[in-house]
Structures are given as structure tokens and as C-alpha cells.
Design a protein around this ligand. Structure first.
Ligand code: GLA
Length: 373
């Protein structure tokens, strides 16, 4: 791309592959007016790639993923279960013992993380084929994804109609809008599971990235990563990211919570949001010193899961043919708190029949030579 020429905004579509049952998976490519390019598939709503400029104007792909459908369907990938770039539902993160009660009835969910239910179960929204509809408007271009989860799917009550819209704007943002309705009360906690490396995916560790999280507290977990129910202040702990701090600075400290998570794998309680707000508020900011890339995340959600890629083990090979090593990508998943259906004091995740679930997260991409604030 010629850097001093405005790129044409555009969308194109191609066949990506076929699922084992013969259904076709498509890939959509969106380019904004400044040359930022994102590719998405309708299987899992997976973001395959996202190319943004560094402080010198050089573009690179900053999310982990693969170039072929087979890589997402392989046994190896499904066992490692990293959820690269996927939409997560019905419930982001864990539900203890795969069980909750609602209106006097106990529901048993699929368990896929020891005894716990994780990220929607065995066949979560990351592994279903969504109906896709590309669009272009004044703000940018994007994709509407729709999926109906039947009553009883993975053990959840109610038929849930879900719609997720990705918009890549000319203001260099990716806006993700979530919407859902149900015919029976059910827990809903949708999120996006992209792994970022702002130096470029497959270009090594993320421990040098400077992270700020707008959170004065987090939800400590037990050794199976289920919240204990406590809301603990971050002050004086390795979980204090209220000032920009390299991710690696305290990750090896002798700390029970870091030990349980094998690093960071925790929900942060966003300071300015006691419960969902209707306008997105800045939740996190990540700056990478070598490239100067800056990622800012704003959300209407009350929490954000910071996961430092602790389960990556170098056994998956990414788009550049490089092994995805331990802590070579991080995820920041905007969400309600894990296990809320079993925690009366956490903001509720129950969607009632007749109500509409709404959530919005904005990822803003820029670059600057120095850390700034
Ligand atoms: C979430 C979880 C982690 C891990 C990853 C996927 O972030 O909190 O424990 O399961 O997804 O590997």
C-alpha cells in the first residue's frame, strides 16, 4: 500500500472452506479509509486478521489466528481450545460446576473445563455457523452476524436470538454491538476473544506491553478459576494496573492469585461502571513500545477479563508459520463477571423473556512514539 494515498474503503467476500457437514464458510474482508484491514469468517464470527499501522505507518497483523478453516477445525486446536478471535456465548467465562438455579429450577450445563462450564460449553458460539450480512454506512463497513441458539442448547433454557455487528469505522475503530432476545429467562454474557500482540502476531512475547486497566478492584478466584465472590481492591497487589505497567513486571511474583491463573486470568471490576451503562467507558489501554501501537478499549460492560495467554504452549502454528509461544498474545474480554448466575452480589446476567440484551465494545487503534497517558 502506498502510504500517502488514501486507501479505498471496501468490502470483499470469498469462500473460506467447508465444514465437515458440507456447509460453506465465507470470509469477509473490510478495509477502512485509512487502510486498516480486518478479515472475519461466519464460522464462530472469528476475526482472522487485523492489520493496523505502527508509529512509522507500517501495517502489520495484530491478532492471532489461522489462514485456513482446517486449522480451526483440527483436533489439536479444539483440544488446546484457545478461542482465537471468536465470539463467545452464551456465557463468557466460567459457571461453577456447570450448574445454576433460576426461578427455583436447577439447570445443568455442558462441562468443558474440568467440572466447570467455560465460554458456552462444548459447542459454544465460537463453533457455530452464523448467518452473515455485510453492510456499508457513513461510519464504515462491517458485518451483521445472526445465530439462534435453541432452547436447551448446551443446557441453557430459552431460545436465544443473537445478533452481533462488527463495524470497522473510518475513525480507526472496531465497534462490536451485541443484541439478544429470549423466550425464557436465561443467563447471557457475550464477548469477543481476540488475542492481540501489538508488535505483530507471532512476533514474540507480550510481557513488554504497557497495560492500563481502569479498575480499582478485581474478582479473586479459586484454583479452578471460579470467583470466590470477593471484590478485592487492586491497590498494593500485582493486579494494580491503574497506572501504565508492563504486563511482565509483576507476573512472576509470589502471589496466590497469579499462581491460580498461571499468570493473569482474572476479571477486573471497572471503576466507573457499577453495572452496565448505555455509553461505552474507557476500560483498558495497551501500548507497545517498539511499534508504538496503542489499543484502547471502551465498553458498556461492568467487567473485563485480562488473560495473559498463559495456556499458549508453542504447539499451534500461526499465520506466519510461527509457533504461538507462552504469553505471545493477550485477551481483554469485556463482560459481566464470571459465574454471576451463582453469585447473588454480582451484577445480574439474567435476560428475561421480552427484554433485549445490549452490549457495546469499541476497540480504537492508533500509534504514538511515547507511552503518553
Ligand atoms: C479465557 C479464560 C482462560 C482460558 C482462555 C482460553 O480467557 O479465562 O482461562 O480458558 O479463555 O484459553
Amino acid at each position: 500500500m502506498v502510504s500517502d494515498e488514501k486507501a479505498a474503503r471496501g468490502i470483499d467476500q470469498a469462500v473460506f472452506g467447508q465444514l465437515p457437514d458440507g456447509r460453506q464458510v465465507d470470509v469477509y474482508r473490510f478495509t477502512n479509509a485509512n487502510g486498516i484491514e480486518m478479515r472475519v469468517i461466519n464460522y464462530g464470527g472469528i476475526i482472522l486478521s487485523l492489520k493496523t499501522p505502527d508509529a512509522q505507518g507500517e501495517f502489520d497483523d495484530i491478532v492471532m489466528g489461522f489462514d485456513s478453516l482446517d486449522d480451526y477445525l483440527s483436533d489439536e486446536y479444539r483440544q488446546a481450545n484457545p478461542y482465537f478471535g471468536a465470539l463467545i456465548g452464551r456465557y463468557g467465562n466460567r459457571i461453577a460446576g456447570g450448574r445454576f438455579s433460576l426461578d427455583g429450577e436447577t439447570h445443568s450445563l455442558a462441562t468443558n473445563d474440568g467440572d466447570n462450564h467455560l465460554h458456552g460449553g462444548r459447542q459454544g458460539f465460537d463453533r457455530v455457523l452464523w448467518q452473515a450480512e455485510p453492510f456499508e454506512n457513513d461510519e464504515g463497513a462491517g458485518l451483521v452476524l445472526r445465530y439462534t441458539s435453541e432452547d436447551g442448547e448446551e443446557g441453557y433454557p430459552g431460545r436465544l436470538e443473537t445478533e452481533v455487528t462488527y463495524t470497522l469505522t473510518d475513525a480507526d475503530e472496531l465497534v462490536v454491538d451485541y443484541r439478544a432476545t429470549t423466550d425464557k429467562a436465561t443467563p447471557v454474557n457475550l464477548t469477543q476473544h481476540s488475542y492481540f500482540n501489538l508488535e505483530g502476531e507471532g512476533r514474540g512475547s507480550i510481557l513488554d506491553h504497557h497495560l492500563t486497566i481502569n479498575a480499582d478492584a478485581f474478582t479473586p478466584v479459586d484454583d479452578t478459576l471460579i470467583p470466590t465472590g470477593e471484590i478485592r481492591p487492586v491497590e498494593g497487589t500485582p493486579f494494580d494496573f491503574t497506572q501504565p505497567t508492563p504486563i511482565g513486571e509483576r507476573i512472576e511474583q509470589d502471589n496466590e492469585q497469579l499462581m491460580f491463573g498461571k499468570g493473569y486470568d482474572h476479571n477486573f471490576v471497572l471503576a466507573e461502571q457499577a453495572a452496565s451503562s448505555s455509553e461505552p467507558v474507557l476500560a483498558a489501554r495497551v501500548w507497545e513500545p517498539d511499534s508504538g501501537r496503542l489499543l484502547e478499549i471502551a465498553t458498556t460492560e461492568p467487567g473485563i477479563q485480562f488473560y495473559s495467554g498463559n495456556f499458549l504452549a508453542g504447539d499451534l502454528t500461526g499465520k506466519r508459520g510461527q509457533a504461538y509461544e507462552h504469553r505471545s498474545g493477550f485477551a481483554l474480554e469485556t463482560q459481566h463477571y464470571p459465574d454471576s448466575p451463582n453469585q447473588a452480589d454480582f451484577p445480574s446476567t439474567i435476560l428475561e423473556a421480552g427484554e433485549t440484551y445490549r452490549s457495546r465494545t469499541i476497540y480504537r487503534f492508533s500509534a504514538q512514539e511515547s507511552a503518553g497517558s
